[in-house]
Ligand binder design. Structure first.
Ligand code: MN
Length: 581
């Protein structure tokens, strides 16, 4: 900001006197404000416009001198207008990155995060005494780099004591305010879901605060249709918010990562990989440790060993899931746990439905892009909610007929299967038509994928526990049988259905020549430590195995089934893989 003479003779006649509650959102570039000096430095004066709005008037913009407590009138100028000018930034260091040239300090103040480049010598760490979370005052010239602003550092001082505390308090108050989620009207009137809004708002606030603090966010989501309908909107919302708050064009890539989890829980392999990456990013890029956001996954006792692994580090965990939870096992390890079962609701409220609202609370401007997503999520997870009719209607109003929504769900599941451990970002955005740039390509791609999935694959894997109704223990055989019969009827083609739980699987097949007792004895030999037993008839049966070995056993089982011969009249199709739930 610049100091101006008062009273103003020729320019804007209005000088605003801000209420003490006013925030940085209430002030406007180019307007004039009454201010009070709160500090004097060589190069100018620091002024307060209200309790939370303050700034610096550079000495070049006024004549004479000011003392602490003096009143003056300032005109608000923005960093953006100051390309080529010397500025002063007070804030917290949130990242320190050593490049082959300068050292880049990312400094966070009330308005956002700006990279400040300090050069000691090529590849040599400048200001080695400065650490992450230090409060600093930076003076330097604003320059443009990669279409974004950065400050070329002339001087960088670590603030101590009261001075540091003041800046810290100012920032904390500003963050608290900026982290506030947006009020959104639910997409459909559905009390079962809207009762969860306060919990979802808390999560939205924590995620926004995490972005403001420049802590990276890592999402792990179930690798299926609903998991993608949950994670893609949240990704889009958070990336928009990161773009708004960070000058560094690379911030989006560094601060957000999304990865699918093949197993319906957080596997040791995944957590080890995530932790390893986080520690490497910390060491190599001077980043903070991430927050872990579990979507459509993460609510069960099976996740606890992985959470225990993270508990040794400063890595907060947030879970939004609709799988039958074990709150007592999970909650000691997580900061937030949102799950419909905790409201006496159940699986019919899918994670995609919750996360579309969560994404809108973070960044409401993307609402138009998301109206069809809850319907896809519900169809993918076979939600029996009454609200499905409203969601489908909402999607139809956007030009998505119900059969096409079905195709989108199938295409997502099909791609989830083949992507395996890869996020497949742009591909999935095109399939779901969220953050995609061609509607025509979306249509063609979905039709192609849905057709391909249908022609080659009728092997269904069902997590039967997800289909349990409230207060009733699942009868796995019955649930699997019901779904299987429906699939046989729908497709008129060979179908194998595997309904599985933590330590068992129920098998049903039609039009395929299986020998289940034979497969069981082969699996028992081939999957070491799997403890496979069981049997049944040739084409209907059940197997038991050691709980921790589920993925290995099911993968081996699926491979065997893919090799099975089809009954002759049905040989025009081949058995491949299709994964559901
Ligand atoms: Mn789901």
């Amino acid at each position: 900001m610049t100091a101006t003479d008062e009273p103003d003779s020729g320019g804007s006649p209005v000088v605003y006197d801000l209420d003490s509650d006013c925030t940085v959102e209430d002030v406007e570039t180019g307007q004039r404000y009454h201010a009070t000096v709160n500090g004097v430095v060589d190069y100018g004066v620091f002024v307060d416009l209200s309790d939370s709005v303050s700034g610096l008037a550079h000495e070049s913009t006024y004549d004479g001198s000011y003392a602490v407590g003096d009143d003056l009138v300032v005109e608000l100028t923005e960093l953006g207008d100051q390309l080529g000018e010397t500025v002063h930034v007070e804030g917290e260091v949130v990242q320190i990155k050593q490049t082959g040239g300068p050292t880049i300090f990312h400094v966070s103040d009330e308005t956002g995060v700006i990279p400040c480049a300090a050069f000691e010598d090529a590849g040599v760490r400048a200001y080695p005494e400065v650490e992450i979370d230090d409060v600093v005052r930076v003076t330097g010239m604003v320059e443009e780099r990669d279409n974004a602003l950065q400050v070329e550092v002339d001087s960088l001082d670590v603030l101590e004591g009261e001075e540091a505390e003041d800046v810290h308090d100012r920032l904390a108050a500003a963050f608290e305010e900026r982290a506030e989620p947006h009020d959104v009207e639910p997409l459909v009137e559905w009390p079962a879901l809207t009762q969860m809004f306060p919990d979802l708002e808390e999560v939205a606030k924590q995620l926004r605060r995490t972005v403001l603090e420049s802590r990276p966010i890592r999402v792990r989501h179930h690798a299926d249709g609903d998991g993608m309908c949950a994670s893609i909107p949240v990704q889009l919302a958070l990336e928009k918010f990161i773009e708004e708050t960070h000058q560094d064009p690379e911030a989006k890539r560094h601060l957000f990562k999304r990865l699918p989890s093949k197993a319906p829980f957080y596997e040791m392999e995944d957590v080890t990989r995530d932790l390893n990456f986080a520690l490497e990013d910390q060491a190599r890029h001077g980043q903070k440790l991430p927050l872990l956001l579990m979507l459509d996954n993460g609510s069960t006792a099976e996740d606890v060993p992985a959470y225990k692994n993270l508990a040794h580090y400063d890595i907060p965990i947030v879970v939004v899931d609709h799988h039958h939870p074990d709150p007592e096992a999970v909650e000691p390890y997580v900061d937030a746990h949102v799950n419909p079962y905790l409201y006496d609701e159940d699986y019919r409220i899918t994670t995609g439905m919750m996360c579309v609202e969560l994404a809108r609370m973070i960044w409401p401007d993307i609402t138009e892009e998301l109206r069809h997503v809850p319907a896809v999520a519900g169809i993918s997870d076979r939600s029996k909610a009454d609200a499905m009719a409203d969601y489908v209607e909402l999607a139809e109003a956007e030009g998505y007929e119900e059969s096409f929504l079905q195709d989108v769900g199938e295409a997502l599941d099909y791609e989830a299967h083949w992507l395996k451990y890869d996020a497949g970002r742009n591909l999935i955005n095109d399939v779901l038509n969220v953050g995609a740039d061609s509607e025509a390509r979306h249509r063609e791609l979905v039709e192609f994928l849905a057709e391909t999935a249908e022609a080659e694959a009728h092997l269904y894997r069902i997590d039967v526990e997800n289909h349990a109704h409230r207060f009733t223990y699942p009868a796995p055989g019955k649930t699997t049988g019901e779904i299987h019969d429906r699939k046989v009827q729908e497709t008129g083609e060979p179908v194998i259905t595997i309904g599985y739980g933590p330590d068992f699987a129920v098998l049903r097949s039609d039009g395929v020549r299986l020998d289940i007792p034979e497969m069981v004895s082969e699996l028992n030999e081939e999957v070491v430590g799997g403890g496979v037993s069981g049997g049944g008839h040739l084409v209907v049966g059940s197997i038991k195995f050691v709980p921790g070995m589920r993925e290995e056993v099911l993968d081996a089982l699926v491979e065997k089934m893919a090799d099975a011969e089809l009954d002759e009249e049905l040989q025009s199709t081949t058995v491949g893989h299709e994964q559901n739930d």
